[in-house]
Design a protein around this ligand. Structure first.
Ligand SMILES: C[S@@+](CC[C@H](N)C(=O)[O-])C[C@H]1O[C@@H](n2cnc3c(N)ncnc32)[C@H](O)[C@@H]1O
Length: 221
């Protein structure tokens, strides 16, 4: 895997097999804030004193590490649980080789393929290693305030954007939960809707189109 410096000086990797980078070249750390932390209202959630985040396709963990940093800045007493879903031990290993401008990231260096969880104060982080389509089934229902949904693109990884995985996301989200993703692909949005998620445009940042944010339908029955 080739290391690449993005425009905000945070590092990413090019996955040659997939033909895609792990982050936006406009700025990997900034992408975490713009595409995930802001749309999922992490700052606002921090004020409640407790946040549960599901980081789907954890990779180097930038998205959740940024969320923790911003939440603790807002409320240093905040209790935070992060569950990451990732299937590639090689990218977990690469956490040792990057130093993004994300305050909490130094703690993520405790994660290795053989040590997939740690606790620091009131922050707990755990990565479930395996295919997210399977590991998602182990998650508790009605549990997460925020889901960061960050697979490779629908074109190269269609298996990550199918109805059954969005149904799992629906199951594990709280009724007030928010799912955010960088993609606005038609297929992704149709499959979200088929799983009972209501979607809207997310922020436009680093790409021509907007991202997508999704919440649970509120039943009128
Ligand atoms: C776009 S990158 C995510 C970048 C990551 N969020 C970060 O901050 O570094 C996509 C990630 O999905 C992972 N992935 C691909 N297929 C997967 C699967 N079936 N289950 C779990 N993770 C998968 C890849 O290994 C890769 O780390």
């Amino acid at each position: 895997m080739q290391k690449i410096l993005t425009a905000d000086r945070s590092e990413t990797y090019l996955n040659e097999e997939v033909g895609e980078c792990y982050h936006s070249l406009k700025g990997a750390a900034e992408e975490a804030t713009q595409k995930y932390v802001i749309p999922c209202k992490i700052k606002e959630l921090a004020k409640t004193g407790k946040i549960r985040i599901l980081d789907v396709c954890f990779g180097l963990g930038y998205n959740s590490a940024m969320a923790i940093s911003i939440a603790l800045e807002e409320n240093h007493q905040c209790e935070i649980e992060v569950i990451g879903l990732e299937y590639d031990p090689e990218i977990i290993n690469k956490i040792q080789e990057v130093s993004p401008p994300i305050t909490f990231f130094s703690h993520y260096k405790k994660l290795t393929p053989t040590n997939l969880e740690f606790q620091h104060g009131k922050v707990k982080v755990k990565v479930l290693l395996g295919d997210a389509n399977e590991t998602a089934k182990q998650l508790t229902e009605n549990h997460f305030d925020a889901i960061f949904f960050d697979p490779f693109s629908p074109k190269t990884a269609p298996e990550m954007w199918q109805v059954h995985l969005f149904q799992e996301m629906w199951r594990v989200m709280k009724s007030t939960g928010i799912l955010a993703t960088y993609s606005c692909a038609r297929m992704a949005r149709d499959n979200m809707a088929a799983a009972g998620l209501m979607y809207d445009d997310g922020p436009i940042w680093g790409r021509r189109g907007p991202g997508t944010i999704a919440t649970k339908w509120t039943s009128i029955f």
